[in-house]
Ligand binder design. Structure first.
Ligand code: CS2
Length: 440
């Protein structure tokens, strides 16, 4: 197996599912970093071993995981293409975050982004050149495989995007077209299938206290432990032409269509996270557990969940049970999940977490105040309230959100695809809530 986006989430999720499968011994994972190249060195220095610290609400569990057979910096092009040329490679997983897909708001590849432009130019000149974007790296890998005459493998997106397999496939195909090199498109056709998955496990950033807790409990100086919660979910749909680990033994579910699970997870969990990150931040809360302990945030959460739940297709009892369990997960006092971590890249997250529900509610003639509040809180956040702004699109959206509030609301909503002229009611509702929130 190969993974792009080596970080905490991958090590708490896909690597954990793989490590516990009965055929784990046959599946080494070579993992390449996304944004943290130094993690590859830290893990190499400890032979790929790391501690998974699972924090339940009343006890900790420490496991040493051994599935990483090699770790590399994401820019190590030579190692990357060498792995793609291995006949035994069967699965490539990715966790590159929503922003890593470099999509425009309409879903197409953002060919205006510097990194995308650089990859197009480099691959047009030389299809074996190193690439910098995730899509570019997949193309160079697939092309290396194709030149060896090797067959199809599964490429598995594990990011929080609806229909992430199709999104990834479209992005890679679009990049290939822009390079003007038909051999790259042929490499996709000949070497890849794209699986769609829903992934879930709350995995906060590791803190110095976590390092100390791991050292105290295990006696090991682990430089890169991962903290996670007991809950985890993986729902998968797609083909694995060259085989895969027996993930079904370790809790993964294989289904024909992930949509019902995807909507439940993206709307109820991730949408709620975004609400708490912006609105809870404005109320001075710093972690998810702090925010859900605040009765005002809890009421806002209930309002959002009621709106979102109306549009879920799973049986009502199932989504109600999910919400109850989710509240316990959010309230877990021993997981310090910083709102600032979740707040990052709202420009990529809100369109997939909040807007699908907002659109459905507007189509039904309602003004959903829970969804409206998330947008209003995001605008206040971009204007400096609550946790600090980190966003790949900050240069575009932060200026839009400045100045008189009504104009800021119109600018941000237009960015999200809601024009004042087309839906005054909605824009006015967001403005009213933003006035109240920004004044807090
Ligand atoms: C969070 C997710 O940071 C965020 O935006 O909403 O990382 C969330 O914790 C995971 O999707 C949980 O599975």
């Amino acid at each position: 197996m190969l993974h792009l986006g080596l970080g905490n989430f991958f090590r708490a999720h896909q690597a954990w599912y793989t490590a516990r499968a009965s055929d784990a011994g046959q599946w080494g994972i070579a993992a390449f970093t996304g944004r943290r190249p130094c993690l590859a060195d830290a893990l190499s220095a400890q032979d790929g071993l790391y501690t998974l610290l699972t924090r339940g609400s009343d006890r900790d569990r420490f496991d040493t995981l051994a599935g990483l057979s090699a770790t590399h910096a994401g820019h190590d092009h030579r190692a990357w293409t060498d792995h793609w040329r291995l006949p035994g490679l069967a699965v490539v997983t990715l966790t590159v975050t929503e922003a890593g897909y470099l999509r425009r708001p309409d879903g197409g590849l953002d060919t205006g982004a510097d990194t995308v432009r650089a990859d197009i130019a480099a691959l047009r000149a030389d299809p074996t050149a190193p690439a910098v974007t995730a899509a570019g790296k997949l193309l160079t890998g697939l092309a290396a495989r194709d030149r060896r005459g090797l067959g199809r493998i599964a490429v598995v997106s594990c990011d929080n995007l609806p229909d992430n397999g199709t999104v990834l496939e479209n992005t890679v195909r679009e990049l290939a077209r822009h390079t003007g090199r038909p051999e790259l498109t042929a490499a996709i056709d000949g070497c890849a299938t794209f699986a769609t998955t829903v992934v879930d496990r709350i995995t906060p950033r590791t803190t110095d206290e976590d390092l100390a807790a791991v050292a105290a409990a295990t006696g090991l100086a682990d430089a890169a432990p991962v903290v996670t919660e007991p809950f985890s979910e993986w729902v998968i749909s797609g083909e694995f032409p060259a085989g895969r680990p027996r993930w079904e033994e370790t809790g993964a579910r294989f289904v024909a269509d992930v949509t019902p699970y995807e909507q439940r997870k993206l709307w109820l969990l991730n949408g709620a996270h975004s609400l708490l990150a912006y609105a809870g931040g404005i109320r001075g809360r710093t972690t998810v557990a702090d925010a859900v302990a605040d009765p005002v945030c809890r009421a806002w959460l209930a309002e959002w969940w009621a709106e979102a739940s109306r549009h879920l297709t799973l049986p009502h009892e199932e989504s109600a049970a999910y919400r109850t369990a989710l509240l316990d997960r959010f309230a877990n006092p021993r997981i310090r999940h910083a709102l600032a971590q979740i707040a990052a890249d709202g420009s990529q997250k809100l369109p997939v977490r909040i807007l699908p529900v907002l659109r459905r509610e507007r189509a039904a003639g309602r003004v959903p105040q829970g969804a409206v509040r998330v947008l209003a809180a995001w605008i206040c956040h971009l204007r400096g309230s609550g946790v600090p702004v980190t966003d790949t699109d900050a240069a575009r959206i932060v200026p839009l959100a400045q100045g008189p509030l009504p104009a800021a609301v119109r600018g941000i909503l237009a960015f999200l695809g809601f024009e004042h002229a087309a839906d005054r009611t909605l824009v006015d509702a967001v403005r009213d809530q933003a006035e109240a929130l920004c004044a807090q």
